[in-house]
Design a protein around this ligand. Structure first.
Ligand SMILES: [Zn+2]
Ligand SMILES: [Zn+2]
Length: 107
């Protein structure tokens, strides 16, 4: 399973066409929220529990560029300088926000 095309359909939205015919949709706040790098994972664990007000950093949810890493992942570069998140293709499919992927979550 690999993306055949990654398209930025709006400043905050990505569309990924996969080689199995799936058309995935991702929004940048969710992509950033689920950033798989070690620092963000730790932050999510720490913040699990009482809800904290999000700290809004300018550019935090803005994508600067996207690069493919080998044949297994995409690396996302954010406007605020964050760039350590390597999103494997499997992971991207797990956090896909298209209507097919989200219809069973009840959200
Ligand atoms: Zn999907
Ligand atoms: Zn991160």
């Amino acid at each position: 399973m690999m993306p055949v095309k990654v398209q930025r359909v709006s400043p905050s939205e990505l569309q990924i066409d996969w080689n199995d015919g799936h058309r995935g949709r991702h929004t940048t706040p969710i992509l950033r929220k689920y950033c798989p790098c070690a620092a963000c994972k730790t932050e999510r664990d720490v913040h699990d529990g009482p809800t904290l007000l999000p700290i809004v950093v300018p550019g935090k949810n803005e994508l600067k560029s996207i690069e493919q890493v080998g044949s297994y992942a995409l690396q996302l570069f954010w406007v605020d300088g964050h760039r350590t998140g390597i999103y494997t293709f499997d992971y991207l499919r797990q956090i896909c926000e298209c209507s097919d992927c989200t219809k069973y979550t009840g959200e």
